[in-house]
Design a binder for this molecule. Structure first.
Ligand SMILES: [Zn+2]
Length: 68
């Protein structure tokens, strides 16, 4: 099962949770302060680079930046 990393919006605590695919992150609770719905940290995927938010899956992860 995949391990997801979360960061609590309230206290900033980062933790890992093994989640089933059917589980939603709204059910995740911070183990420190019990705040629900933490931010998800994408560890196994390319994090932060594709932030256009237009819903396309970044298939070309090998960046073509600075290639002119
Ligand atoms: Zn917390």
């Amino acid at each position: 099962m995949p391990i997801y990393e979360f960061k609590c919006k309230n206290c900033g605590h980062e933790f890992e949770i093994i989640m089933r695919a059917s589980a939603s992150k709204e059910d995740v609770t911070c183990p420190k302060c019990q705040t629900k719905n933490p931010d998800r940290l994408m560890s196994s995927f390319s994090a932060g680079s594709a932030s256009s938010g237009s819903g396309f899956s970044a298939a070309s992860s090998c960046g073509s930046s600075a290639f002119s």
